[in-house]
Design a protein around this ligand. Structure first.
Ligand code: NAD
Length: 476
């Protein structure tokens, strides 16, 4: 396929092709065309990557702040220059619109630049001691990181898994999703071309469970960084626990959106509808459960369904398309099953509810209402273009519904009442809260959840701190 790059693994600075290895066909979700064959790691490949990561860490932990910053800044500049080719690869392999893929490139540019600055602020401190005595606190890189990035933000997730560890002085073995390898390889190449040694950051692919158990069994790896489902996260954290490795877990969500009757409804609808269907809803911070005050419920529902039905769905490479296909064949199947279950339970369907066409993994923007709380979709992350809209009477009921699930990643609230804004801020069990906006992240702001949405942060100074250990030294 023209414009789609060659696929390989990157181990110890060497491109490893398919020779003699099992392969995985990477598919364009808009056409179901095979884009390329991805080599899958053998146990010997993984051992080689571990050996290199150990060596890379020994070298990179001693790199100066200027050296680390120059690599991050240089890679940011190269991503800017390669924006179109990176975005195109992401759209081809993941399906999202080119406009969304370009935003991912810019997220990485911002994040790498932020960490290029932040690395100069890795301060320690000297404690007050009597003359002749000295006590200092310093922060050192945690060690080689095993990082697992999913397919929904193929560029952005790779950038997050690489940026902070490299700034901190760690080495990284990245296993990005096998479904979207070219994006991760493109980000990594920018780092190499900016001067990063090949043993400091590497990319492997494989059978996910085999790669993760191999890497996490190794004492070389000192940190697990995982983005993906809560189910897999719980499994991996147990493997990491055997060796007491540090963990950053960015897991699932089920974003509640509280819409109060004092909100500006049109402003709210114009913001939340595109945000719901961004990346075909395959976003961990996607707004999912719309918890609407009953006196504005009918208006909100009608306005939502009308806007959802008007969205243009198609190949993400085409101009004017607002929502691409879902990323893989599993997603439309999951949507069909969740929607059928909800309708059996009594939910009303207002628009969508089915696949579009018979080629590609397209699914129509869907709106369900009056969904019983025991329907599967009200309890499991749908990870797709499905909005769930229910009416509630009181503020208290709305807050209780928002906090009902074990997830706590992103929450949203629309109200013009300042007192209500403070109440929501204090009561919601969530890692990130957006009030009268859809923004929940930024390179300088910690991204992470509570409860089953995981722990630890990426982005911001917190993302860097998550890659550091503290050493206290007392001198007599
Ligand atoms: P999945 O849970 O099997 O895979 C999700 C990601 O985890 C993939 O990148 C996969 O390669 C990786 N993975 C799976 N098993 C692994 C293992 N044992 N070790 C290491 N990595 C492993 O399933 P899926 O069908 O790709 O996605 C299903 C669900 O995952 C979605 O419904 C959603 O809830 C969740 N998901 C979350 C995010 C996120 O950003 N938090 C991203 C993608 C998927």
């Amino acid at each position: 396929m023209s414009g789609y790059p060659d696929l390989y693994m990157m181990i110890d600075g060497e491109k490893i092709g398919t020779d003699g290895r099992a392969t995985f066909p990477v598919v364009n979700p808009a056409t179901e065309e095979v884009l390329g064959q991805l080599p899958l790691a053998t146990p010997a490949d993984l051992d080689r990557a571990l050996e290199a990561a150990q060596r890379g860490f020994a070298r990179w932990r001693k790199a100066s702040a200027q050296e680390r910053a120059a690599v991050l800044e240089g890679a940011a500049q190269l991503m800017l220059e390669r924006r179109e080719e990176l975005a195109r690869a992401a759209t081809l392999e993941q399906g999202k619109t080119l406009a969304e893929a370009r935003i991912e490139v810019m997220m990485n540019v911002g994040l790498f630049r932020f960490y290029a600055g932040e690395v100069h602020r890795l301060y320690g401190r000297a404690l007050v001691r009597p003359a002749g005595l000295r006590s200092t606190v310093t922060h050192e890189p945690v060690g080689p990181v095993a990082a697992f990035a999913p397919w929904n933000f193929p560029l952005g997730n790779a950038g997050r898994k690489l940026g902070a560890p490299i700034a901190a002085g760690c080495s990284v073995i990245l296993k990005a999703a096998e479904e979207t390898p070219a994006s991760a390889l493109g980000v990594l190449q920018c780092l190499y071309d900016a001067g990063l040694p090949g043993d400091v950051a590497q990319a492997v692919f494989g059978i996910p469970a085999e790669v993760s158990s191999h890497l996490l069994r190794s004492p070389v790896i000192r940190k697990l960084s995982f983005t993906g489902s809560t189910t897999i996260g719980k499994h991996l954290i147990k493997l990491a626990a055997d060796d007491l490795k540090r963990t950053t877990m960015e897991l699932g969500g089920h974003g509640p959106v509280l819409i109060f009757d004092d909100a500006d409804l049109d402003t709210a609808l114009n913001a939340v509808v595109p945000h719901k269907y961004r990346n075909a809803g395959q976003v961990c911070v996607s707004p999912t459960r719309f918890i609407v005050q009953e006196n504005i419920y009918e208006r909100f529902l009608a306005g939502f369904a009308e806007r959802a039905a008007a969205l243009r769905v198609g190949n993400g490479l085409e101009d004017g398309v607002q929502m691409g296909p879902m990323a893989n064949a599993r997603r439309p199947e999951a949507m069909e099953s969740l929607i059928a279950d909800a309708r059996r339970a009594g939910a009303k369907l207002h628009t969508g509810g089915e696949r579009i066409g018979n080629r590609g993994f397209f699914f129509a923007p869907t709106v369900l209402s009056e969904i019983p709380l025991d329907a599967q979709v009200m309890n499991e992350e749908p990870f797709g273009p499905v909005a769930l809209i229910n009416p509630y009477r009181s503020e208290e009921d709305m807050i209780a519904e928002a906090n009902r699930l074990p997830y706590g990643l992103a929450a949203y609230c629309w109200t013009s009442d300042a007192k209500r804004q403070r109440l929501i801020q204090s009561e919601l069990e969530t890692g990130m809260l957006a009030i009268n906006t859809t923004t929940v992240g930024g390179s300088d702001s910690p991204f992470g959840g509570v409860k089953w949405s995981g722990h630890g942060h990426e982005d911001g100074p917190e993302g860097l701190a998550a890659c550091l250990v503290t050493k206290t030294v007392h001198e007599g």
